[in-house]
Design a protein around this ligand. Sequence first.
Ligand code: SF4
Ligand code: SF4
Length: 338
Amino acid sequence: MRKSKFVKLKLRHASFISRALLSTRHPVLAHLIPMRRCNLACGYCNEYDHTSSPVPLDVIKRRLNKLADLGTSIVTISGGEPMMHPELDDIIHHIRQRGMIAGLISNGYYFTPERIKRLNKAGLEHLQISIDNVEPDAVSRKSLRVLDKKLRYLSEYADFHVNINSVIGGGIKNPEDALSVARRAVELKFSTTVGVIHDNDGTLKPLSTKEKDVFQQVKKLGNKDHARLNWFQDSIAEGKPYQWRCRAGARYLYICEDGLVHWCSQQRGYPGIPLDDYTMADFDREYNSEKWCAPTCTLQCVHQVGILDNWRDPQQAPGLTKPESSLKDTIHEVLRAE
Ligand code: SF4
Ligand code: SF4
């Protein structure tokens, strides 16, 4: 990524963080699904099919316009595999035209020099690729051996921020693969994070001793970037619940291919209201509602959004709550990672 673009992106981050700290009444991050279809079939995944068609561009633009009107800061395109959408560049361009930060989550299979240059031109700002193992196996083919060439292309041509996420848990055979992935990411000058993943029934499994050891080593490699915000994972890795305020349905939105708002990929159906009809009354209800799934939640991006408001506005529902942190603590935590 060019230095001048990097500095501009940092300034844009600083601006959305200040805006989010000053006002709670807009979404910070939305994940938008332009197509459920994927070229892979990872054993732990419940977010893909092999048959669905791309959502038409005009429908996606309407959804993006609604997100912009709600004041959304960041839109990340996810899937399925969003690189299979034939009009992905136009989608990214529209996000930027509406003044929002444009992100993409991909399995990495479709990156070529030509494709990366087109994404530069469209205005992509963030890319995340999750790599599950070194050699492909029955659970996952998102493998370093297969994707290394794509990573080298990205290192050479991408004019956007690239984060490589490695994973622990969920049936991944060799936990030490996460360390190889993180080391390669650092070598190529990408940022790196590590995620604890679910089994395909969506439940959390405590990490084994070996997995915990690798997890701590990988976290150290990524300690200068977003991984710093993920201390909730220490509790999850120990199999202990973590108390926090999930603001899904408000500060974080998950918009499926049918245009419905859901709390997140793992809680589809709640509230299940069309984005076109989503109002600030819906936003306020979800902002103030405690989520029953929060203590064992492993979704890094929703946790990170939650940090912005963890110090204020207790949610309505019985249950344990984390001791209050202060605005000063929050600003410190967010700035340290950004
Ligand atoms: S590549 Fe991503 S969306 Fe596709 S099956 Fe694997 S985890 Fe699911
Ligand atoms: S706590 Fe986690 S799983 Fe539950 S709604 Fe929030 S993000 Fe989704």
